[in-house]
Design a protein around this ligand. Sequence first.
Ligand code: ATP
Ligand code: MG
Length: 264
Amino acid sequence: MPVLEVKNLHCSFKVQAQRLLGKQRKKIIEGVSFSIHRADTVGILGESGSGKSTIARCIAGLLLPDNGHIFFNGLNIFPDTDNRKKIKRKIQMLFQNHTASLNPRMPVKQSLLEALNYQEVSSQIRGNNGTRIQEVLDSTGLSPDILKRYPRQLSGGQRQRVALARSLLARPELLILDEPTSALDILTQVQILRLIKKLQEEKGFSLLYITHDVASALEICDRIIVLYRGKIVEEAESSRLMNEPRHPYTKRLLNASGLLEPAK
Ligand SMILES: Nc1ncnc2c1ncn2[C@@H]1O[C@H](COP(=O)(O)OP(=O)(O)OP(=O)(O)O)[C@@H](O)[C@H]1O
Ligand SMILES: [Mg+2]
């Protein structure tokens, strides 16, 4: 059974049309379906505005779709939103803007403790708070002296590691990465993505990696979904997508990244 199954997802937003017409609904996601298996990494690749974050927010329960079904380990979490409470901590999300996931007025230690308490993990699984925090600091490569610092006293890379540490405290089964490194320099980006892949190998969670960066998607994903204007235009194993892209839009993306020889 897949960890996540998304079936025929539709999502729209109210937007102001022309002045006299009032508000209208603009379709953003139209009939998206895919699934993710345990310990797999699936990528959603598409240009800015194609609807990637909208899909992520629907899965994470931050946004209600108009239509469709979302299953988590076979449990219907949309439209049966009552079930979401039961699995809430098991889906964690890292955002592009890491300042969004950390409270600027809270030292790191308090942010981490808050995550532990909020996650409603039973104390048996949770173990001793101090030990759990030490464990996640070790696994995210952070030194204990950052615990008393505030987010503004950290580098972008450190902030993203703290955000990662916070989500690991919930012991997620699915980690959604919404362009988690696009605000960082290239070396830090690579380090953080490698760290996440290493943690995935150790802990066995599944990853949904959202990006417009073809090269990093090809590097870390088992399978890639190509999204264009709210619809999936192609879905394939990364190697197949790289060597034999079928949809013209996929070819264009690969081309633009210098990964495909332009047709003569
Ligand atoms: N709350 C909202 N109200 C109205 N329109 C929205 C809202 N959120 C997103 N949109 C619109 O939905 C479309 C898809 O947005 P989304 O953020 O999902 O794109 P994206 O693929 O994540 O882009 P990016 O790569 O720039 O992050 C865009 O046209 C955006 O303007
Ligand atoms: Mg986005």
